[in-house]
Design a protein around this ligand. Structure first.
Ligand SMILES: C[S@@+](CC[C@H](N)C(=O)[O-])C[C@H]1O[C@@H](n2cnc3c(N)ncnc32)[C@H](O)[C@@H]1O
Length: 218
């Protein structure tokens, strides 16, 4: 008999320090003139894709800090997203369409399940914390190489709705780290070596999948 599985919501926040903030970039040059947008695209894929399906319980926020109109946030909602294929050009093209919209302080949907707004990491964290205060028991985790082992934290605290925050190729600035910790995040590591952000997301998804299965089978 199959286990009764409970899938709490998962959110990932990735900060792209150089990722451009208008839709003028070329899909042929995601790593170069688009400011390492390739990292953002791979994070979308790692967060959302299963084999022949999408993770409907995942939301991804890309905090984009590159020129010319920083800061902006692009949000992918797994439950609603359409027209997304598992290659970098596909996610790049949806990000580009989102950045072609005029971003305002409130979310605007560009294509199904993809939203954009003006805003920075601090504002996003306070938005997530205020929805947690309204009753969603969301927890913030900052992925850092010297954090607590995710396997220990999973045993104590998960599953429940959780938000995982990651840096890009340059990591996180001290000021950003301060804001993350002030927002109440706990640090987590996913293993003993430093990985690419998109690979960390795959590990987190896998650890949570395995934990869900264990809990469902208890
Ligand atoms: C390529 S790494 C950043 C490396 C960057 N040179 C630095 O020193 O921060 C990208 C992000 O992945 C996450 N990360 C990488 N390895 C990790 C690990 N073993 N445990 C937890 N997070 C990790 C961190 O959030 C990091 O900011």
């Amino acid at each position: 008999m199959p286990c009764a599985l409970y899938y709490p919501m998962r959110e990932f926040i990735v900060v792209g320090h150089k990722a451009v903030t208008d839709g003028q970039f070329s899909l042929n040059d995601l790593p170069g003139s688009a400011g390492r947008m390739d990292i953002m695209c791979r994070c979308i894929n790692s967060a959302l894709f299963l084999s022949h399906d999408l993770r409907r319980d995942v939301v991804v926020y890309l905090v984009l800090l590159g020129e010319p109109q920083p800061p902006k946030i692009v949000k992918f909602i797994g439950q609603d997203v359409r027209y997304l294929n598992p290659d970098e050009r596909s996610s790049g093209s949806l990000i580009k369409k989102a950045l072609e919209l005029t971003a305002r302080a409130r979310w605007r949907e560009s294509t199904s399940g993809v939203w954009v707004r003006q805003g920075d990491l601090e504002g996003l964290l306070s938005e997530l914390n205020s929805s947690a205060a309204k009753g969603d028991d969301n927890r913030l985790y900052y992925l850092r190489e010297d954090g607590t082992d995710i396997r220990d934290v999973i045993k104590e605290e998960m599953p429940q709705p959780s938000t995982f925050i990651l840096g890009d190729h340059v990591g996180m600035t001290p000021d950003e780290e301060q804001k993350i910790m002030d927002a109440g995040a706990r640090t987590l590591n996913v293993g003993p070596v430093s990985l690419h952000a998109d690979h960390c997301i795959i590990v987190v998804n896998n650890e949570l999948d395995r934990n869900n299965e264990r809990k469902g089978c208890d």
